[in-house]
Design a protein around this ligand. Sequence first.
Ligand code: NAG
Ligand code: NAG
Ligand code: NAG
Ligand code: NAG
Ligand code: NAG
Ligand code: NAG
Ligand code: NAG
Ligand code: NAG
Ligand code: NAG
Ligand code: NAG
Length: 492
Amino acid sequence: MDLLLLYLLLFLSFCIFLTQAHSAAVWNNVSDQQSLLGLKAQITFDPNNFLSGWSPNTSFCEWRGVICFPHVERVRALNMSATGSEGAISPLTGNLSSLQSLDVSNNALGGPIPPQLGRLSNAEELLLYGNHLEGDIPASLSGCRRLVTFAASYNRLQGSVPAELALLTHLERLVLGGNFLEGTIPSSLGNLTSLIELTLEMNNLTGSILVEVGMFTRLQTVYLHTNQLSGIIPSSIGNLSAMTDLELSTNNLTGPIPVEVGMLTKLQTLYLYTNQLSGTIPSSIGNLSAMTDLDLSINNLRGSIPVEIRMLIQLKRLFLHINQMSGSIPVDVDNNLLSGSIPYGIKNFQLLGRFVLRKNRLKGNILDEIGQMKSLGSLDVSWNQLSGGIPDSLGELQQLRRLVLHHNRFSGAILVGLSRCPNLELVDFSHNELEGNIPGEFLTSLKNIQFYLNFSWNFFQGPLPKEISTIVSAQAIDISGNQLGEEIPGVL
Ligand SMILES: *[C@@H]1O[C@H](CO)[C@@H](O)[C@H](O)[C@H]1NC(C)=O
Ligand SMILES: *[C@@H]1O[C@H](CO)[C@@H](O)[C@H](O)[C@H]1NC(C)=O
Ligand SMILES: *[C@@H]1O[C@H](CO)[C@@H](O)[C@H](O)[C@H]1NC(C)=O
Ligand SMILES: *[C@@H]1O[C@H](CO)[C@@H](O)[C@H](O)[C@H]1NC(C)=O
Ligand SMILES: *[C@@H]1O[C@H](CO)[C@@H](O)[C@H](O)[C@H]1NC(C)=O
Ligand SMILES: *[C@@H]1O[C@H](CO)[C@@H](O)[C@H](O)[C@H]1NC(C)=O
Ligand SMILES: *[C@@H]1O[C@H](CO)[C@@H](O)[C@H](O)[C@H]1NC(C)=O
Ligand SMILES: *[C@@H]1O[C@H](CO)[C@@H](O)[C@H](O)[C@H]1NC(C)=O
Ligand SMILES: *[C@@H]1O[C@H](CO)[C@@H](O)[C@H](O)[C@H]1NC(C)=O
Ligand SMILES: *[C@@H]1O[C@H](CO)[C@@H](O)[C@H](O)[C@H]1NC(C)=O
């Protein structure tokens, strides 16, 4: 019953489109067949013989990649995705007047997007991405009034994004990244209030981010990264309450990160790196509890990192390096100007895999709390002024592969707790003030060392336990600059 109803509905919508077609040409199964054969004729190389069965001796509804309407011999969908085809898209494709879905993605098709595609007034998706298409995006595509998805990313398209695309009021996905598009993002696109995905990354777009972006309340994904966009990030982005993924990195954006960013409570990825953003990181960022990836590195941000950042408990990747921040904070702040201590609360970063605080001016000790960052695979606090003992709790870090503590003032003995990390591949304790015997139990636990083990330039005392011989997979073991006894070679 349901199926019958579906057929009826499809048939009805088909009749509606027929009455809407006001071209002089007669669109029927004969014109569809001619158009498909015309399309085939423009394919110069078909390595998988995808089109070999496209021959008039069978109904085109049987042809590979062609889907007709039930009970009506007209093309509803054409899928030639990833067939390895070379050649061009025939202008006759525009004569498939009943076509709802065209997928020629991931081939090696060249030439232009035929302006005739704009006649596909029933098309809901045009998937042209991953080819070698060149020339402009035809403004005539605004004729595809029912278009929901237009994806032509990763081609060689030039010119600007046509303002006329604003007429596509049903558009939910505009996917044009990885081309040679230039000019500004037309403000008329602000009319596309149904947009869910806007991806224009890796082009040469200039101008500023539309203030109109605030109208896109359904937007979930915005990729504008790797363009030449300038100006500020408009505070109207605070309206984008559905947003999950915002990537504006590698542009020329200036001004502060708007406080309103804190209203994007569904945000999972925020990439603003490699811009010229200034000011401080707004504390409202602590509202973004769904965040997994935050990268604000390589900007001109100053001030301290807001303590609210600790509320981002889903965080897996966090990069803030090469800014001008001060103060103390729990995050990946490689080569920054951080001073102060590693703050309490870092245990909240249970999903963080890398924790890099290299080359800062941190003082104090490594908190016991780090032992609760259960996903930690890499801990690098080298080149700071950290002191005190290496906490036994690091033994709780079952995922830890790299432990890099060199060039600090860590003191005391290596505690046997560390022997509980089964996956260490690289350990560097060099240039600290560690002392006492190196426990044999610890050496036995290092059976997975793949890179090196560096104890050099501490105050370790001999004798070196015989368990050192169990470490066979290391590329180097460096014990120089200690008092481990003369019979021990410096570097094995
Ligand atoms: C078109 O449809 C008519 C009537 O069903 C049929 O006789 C004819 O063979 C079809 N032509 C093509 C090219 O499919
Ligand atoms: C395609 O459509 C155009 C414009 O309506 C028409 O002039 C042409 O004859 C059609 N071609 C075929 C093969 O149907
Ligand atoms: C249709 O014609 C092609 C050649 O054009 C041939 O290879 C194929 O076997 C024919 N199919 C049928 C069903 O006759
Ligand atoms: C086209 O076919 C491929 C598999 O061959 C599939 O992954 C893709 O989703 C199809 N496209 C459409 C629009 O259905
Ligand atoms: C952007 O424009 C510059 C200068 O016009 C050009 O050198 C560069 O290749 C362009 N890049 C892209 C991705 O279009
Ligand atoms: C966008 O909408 C405004 C009114 O909401 C209208 O004046 C303008 O012409 C529209 N632009 C386009 C390109 O559709
Ligand atoms: C935010 O959205 C509201 C409606 O939801 C709209 O009235 C307002 O103009 C938008 N603000 C901006 C800055 O776009
Ligand atoms: C980026 O902005 C700076 C300063 O505002 C300017 O000097 C530079 O030319 C801009 N670069 C581009 C590619 O727009
Ligand atoms: C976001 O954070 C700010 C500052 O932390 C706070 O004042 C505001 O109430 C929060 N807003 C929401 C929507 O949670
Ligand atoms: C051990 O560390 C010292 C100082 O940090 C360094 O000079 C040496 O090359 C390192 N040894 C190995 C084997 O990596």
